[in-house]
Design a protein around this ligand. Sequence first.
Ligand code: GAL
Ligand code: CA
Length: 351
Amino acid sequence: MSRRIRSCCSLLPLKKTAALLLAAALAIGTAGCTHQGAEERETLRIGVALYSNEDTFIASIAQHLERMVQETEVALGRRINLSMVDGGNNQTTQMEQIDRLLSKGCDVLLVNIVDRTAAAVLIDKAEAAGVPVIFFNRQPVAEDIDYREGVYYVGASAEESGRLQGELVLEAWRDPRIGLDRNGDGILQYVMLEGEPGHQDSLLRTEYCIKALTDEGVAVEKLAGDAANWNRGQAAARMEQWLQEFGEGIEVVFSNNDDMALGAIDAIREWGGPGLMVVGVDATAPALEAVETGELYGTVLNDGRGIARAMLDLALALADGREASEAVDLQEGHYVWLPGEKIGQELPGPF
Ligand code: GAL
Ligand code: CA
């Protein structure tokens, strides 16, 4: 193309003006391109892969992210393009979605991975494309995070949320007004609704809610426990069975999350016996309502808003080549932990 301009310029003096005009037009065109290029560079492209948008807590994180992106665009005067995909709880689907996000081009990937053990493959793909990855809520194993550049995890500590849930029950156990030891045998009889098998929040919450009690010398007896995959309907079905088997013998229902706690409450209501103590984790909107009505004894904040905020701050820093630790409270070079909070009958405020 430049050769054509030159030959055009060297034609006839009469055509000089036209040639100049053409050159000017081309110059403007080039400037336009450069300008557009700069704008494109300034648009931050964030790919977000959710394990499942049907999950109440995950859907709330997605909503927080969308809102915060809009606010940040206004505050910073910068375009942020959020491409959100729903993996439908299928790792193969999610991998294809991530391939597409990477080939379309994105500056940062936020990944709520379906299968925690698939993280290494995904990190390799992102690394080859030069894209940093922020995992959230579903924590890959330490080997996949700790030794890799540009790989982060944002979430709540599963151990902490378990402990806090146990403390809610411990306080109730010690409060004579509550009379938690219904059969008066000095032992706390409980059932445990677990999330997905293998999920860090299922494993650690299950362990640490009980540890919070046994560390304080409370004798416990597990009547039953089973996975209900974070799901309200599945939890209601398990609970219905346990109510038939143990009835009022159940003194506490521990649930790894709020949706399953609400499922247990559905079954208890249907059963028609006395209200049983049920505790959850997440502090979702329907769970907070149930705490208010007294049907849910308590829950623990799983700070979805904080997770979204930290991911966005981190994404902006990484895209701008700033240090991650300038933007967020980074632990061990890779982790951002959002603290939990116990929520009992008296709500501390809106979430
Ligand atoms: C947990 C949360 C559950 C579910 C799960 C999905 O942290 O408590 O409700 O959302 O994550 O990974
Ligand atoms: Ca008892």
